[in-house]
Design a protein around this ligand. Structure first.
Ligand code: CP
Length: 306
C-alpha cells in the first residue's frame, strides 16, 4: 500500500491487515504502559494538511504520528501562503522540498488527495483524510474496526446508516468497506433528498422510514447534516428533521437489543441524535474516537513504516 485514498476497491486482505495491525496498537495505547513510543516512523515527517476543519481526524493523526516517533507538522492553512494564491501542487512541491514523507490531506474537492498522489515521487505517501463528499477512508476503517471489536462477524451484521448519506464521505467509505468484508445487510435510511440515487453496490437497501429501516439491526450509524455542502434553502430545519429522522431511545428500541450506536462526529444533538442515545449504554461513539488512534497508526506504519 503506497497511498490510502479510498476504500473502493481496497482488497479484503489489505483491510484485514490494517485492522489486525491496529489491534496490536490498541493495547500499546493503554495509558499505563511504560514505553510511550514505537520507532516505526522514526526520522519520517508527517505533514497534516487540513483545508477543511477537523477535531478528531487531525488530532488523532497527530497523536498516532507522535506514538510512532514521527515528526508531525500541522500546517496552518489559514495563515499559509495558499491565501496569497499559491496552488495546491506548488504547496505540495515546497513541502516535499522540506523532506515530507507522508501527507495527510483533507480538502473540500473530490479527488484532491488522488491528484496529489499522482503528482508525488513514489517515496512520498498520501493518506486521504476526507475529500469533499467522496471518501474518508481512515474513518471508514476505524468504523469497521469498532464494528469488528463489538460484533465480530461482518457476514452476520445488519448495519443501518441514517441521515445525510448523499453528502457523507463517511457513509461511502463504510459502504465499500462493509461490502468488501462480506456484510450482507447494509441499509441506508433518510429522506429522498439526502439519499444518493446511484447506490449501485449490491446489497445496499434504501429505506425512507426510520422505523422500518431500524428493525432488527446490529449497528446504527447516524450522520450529521452537512450544511456546508448544501445551498441555504436546502438545509433541513433541525427540529423538523429530528421529529422524523432523529435517533431517539424509542426508535433505537426497534433495533436488536444488543445494537451499538455509532456516529463519526461532530454530532448535532437534537437534530440527528438524542442526547439520551448519544450518551446511553449502547453508544460506542467515543470508543470510535479512541480506536481512531490505533487505526491511523496502522495505516501510517503500513504505508511508510521502517
Ligand atoms: N469524523 C471526523 O472526520 O471528525 P472531524 O471532522 O472532527 O475530523
Amino acid at each position: 500500500l503506497t497511498h490510502l485514498l479510498t476504500l473502493e476497491g481496497l482488497p479484503k486482505l489489505t483491510i484485514e491487515q490494517i485492522l489486525d495491525t491496529a489491534n496490536q496498537f490498541v493495547s500499546f495505547n493503554n495509558p499505563s504502559r511504560e514505553v510511550k513510543k514505537l520507532p516505526l516512523l522514526r526520522g519520517k515527517s508527517v505533514f497534516n494538511l487540513f483545508f477543511e476543519n477537523s477535531t478528531r481526524t487531525r488530532t488523532t493523526f497527530e497523536i498516532a504520528g507522535n506514538r510512532l516517533s514521527a515528526d508531525v507538522i500541522n500546517l496552518d492553512i489559514q495563515t499559509s501562503s495558499t491565501s496569497k494564491g499559491e496552488s495546491l501542487l506548488d504547496t505540495i512541491d515546497n513541502l516535499v522540498a522540506m523532506q515530507a514523507d507522508i501527507f495527510v490531506v483533507r480538502h473540500k474537492t473530490t479527488g484532491a488527495s488522488e491528484q496529489i498522489a499522482r503528482h508525488l515521487p513514489s517515496y512520498v505517501h498520501v493518506i486521504n483524510a476526507g475529500d469533499g463528499t467522496n471518501q474518508h477512508p481512515t474513518q471508514g476503517l476505524l468504523d469497521l474496526f469498532t464494528m469488528r471489536h463489538f460484533k465480530k462477524d461482518f457476514t452476520k451484521l445488519k448495519v443501518a446508516i441514517v441521515g445525510d448519506v448523499i453528502h457523507s464521505r463517511v457513509a461511502k467509505s463504510n459502504i465499500y468497506g462493509l461490502a468488501t468484508l462480506g456484510c450482507q445487510d447494509i441499509r441506508v435510511i433518510g429522506p429522498k433528498s439526502l439519499i444518493p440515487s446511484d447506490l449501485d453496490l449490491q446489497g445496499v437497501r434504501v429505506f425512507h422510514s426510520l422505523e422500518e429501516g431500524l428493525k432488527g439491526v446490529d449497528v446504527v450509524m447516524t450522520l450529521r447534516i452537512q450544511k456546508e455542502r448544501m445551498e441555504v434553502g436546502q438545509v433541513p430545519k433541525g427540529e423538523e428533521f429530528f421529529r422524523q429522522w432523529g435517533l431517539t431511545p424509542e426508535r433505537l428500541a426497534l433495533a436488536d437489543k444488543g445494537a451499538i450506536v455509532m456516529h463519526p462526529g461532530p454530532m448535532n444533538r437534537g437534530v440527528e441524535i438524542a442526547s439520551e442515545v448519544a450518551d446511553g449504554p449502547q453508544s460506542v461513539i467515543l470508543k470510535q474516537v479512541t480506536f481512531g488512534i490505533a487505526v491511523r497508526m496502522a495505516v501510517m506504519s503500513i504505508v511508510a513504516g521502517n
